[in-house]
Design a protein around this ligand. Structure first.
Ligand SMILES: Nc1ncnc2c1ncn2[C@@H]1O[C@H](COP(=O)(O)OP(=O)(O)OP(=O)(O)O)[C@@H](O)[C@H]1O
Length: 277
């Protein structure tokens, strides 16, 4: 079997090692405008464990970004709850760092080193000297050592995303929230960044929640994939990827899992339109 539903022995073993880092329980998330009430997700629940690369996957508008914003503490559930290490999330905090899709998330007037050090100093998690040392370490991990003294406008899109990732990881947050960080990159750079993220994760073993609407990206990066239904997002399935000794999903398994998820998300359309996969 390629994908394992929640509640498997793997899950049980993980739970036995300790409780979840993040628990989302029956979370309904809404936006109220003066004219409309938009339900982004409906009673969504899942657990994220230490060192998970947990993927939120679903079609556009199913509430993936809203879920991430709620975990970050920017949106409060109208029903259900979100807790980090058993503490209810009710505001943003340095224990949750976010990386966005946009290239303009860096401070343009600061160098790469100063950008990476900034949250460590601003949050008072580290003194200035230690923050700069840590910044250099993480800049090295994302292979930008030679660019520590340059400014964001001197970097390519992929390099800016690497800086944003280094900045978030350097804070050693309980959880790293990534909202389609590679979606604005060209296909080749995106593929390279996915490999780099995996290799970074093997060095750092941080806990990641990663939003994408790309099935391939989800399988490539995630060890667990939460598939959400179209708007409003509900949990359709929680799948686990099985990896070989090289850390990759074998190509046969990859294809089969991709089909399984495609059926889950678009099965009815495929039958109606007679379209191939
Ligand atoms: N600030 C907002 N005010 C009102 N409605 C919003 C707001 N932000 C998002 N929505 C709505 O909430 C729903 C979920 O949006 P969200 O951005 O979370 O989806 P998504 O799955 O991340 O989509 P995409 O993949 O296109 O980014 C959509 O119907 C969207 O229009």
């Amino acid at each position: 079997m390629l994908a394992q539903p929640a509640g498997t022995p793997v899950e049980a073993a993980r739970a036995a090692r300790g409780g979840p880092v993040l628990r989302v329980e029956g979370a309904t998330l809404q936006y109220k405008t003066h004219r409309h009430l938009v339900t982004a997700t409906y009673r969504v629940g899942f657990d994220v464990f230490a060192a998970d690369r947990f993927i939120l996957l679903g079609p556009s508008g199913c509430g993936k970004s809203t879920l991430l914003k709620a975990i970050a503490g920017f949106v409060k559930p109208v029903e259900g709850s979100i807790s980090l290490h058993d503490r209810v999330v009710d505001r943003p905090g340095p224990d949750r760092m976010m990386v966005f899709q946009e290239f303009d998330q860096l401070l343009p007037w600061k160098t790469v080193r100063a950008n990476v050090a900034f949250p460590m100093v601003a949050s008072r998690k580290y003194g200035r000297r230690e923050a700069l040392e840590r910044a250099d370490h993480y800049i090295g991990l994302v292979n930008l050592g030679k660019f520590a003294d340059t400014y964001p406008h001197q970097l390519s899109g992929g390099m800016k995303q690497r800086v944003a990732i280094a900045r978030a990881m350097a804070m050693e947050p309980d959880i790293l929230l990534m909202d389609e960080p590679f979606a604005s990159l060209d296909a080749l750079t995106r593929r390279k960044m996915q490999d780099e993220l995996l290799s970074l994760w093997h060095q750092v073993r941080c806990t990641i929640v990663f939003v994408t609407h790309s099935i391939e990206e989800a399988i490539l990066l995630g060890n667990r994939i939460l598939v959400l239904s179209p708007h409003p997002g509900r949990v359709r399935a929680l799948l686990e990827t099985r990896r070989g000794a090289d850390g990759l999903v074998p190509s046969e398994d990859f294809r089969a899992l991709r089909e399984e998820i495609q059926q889950m998300l678009f099965g009815e359309n495929i039958v109606q339109e007679g379209a191939g996969i």
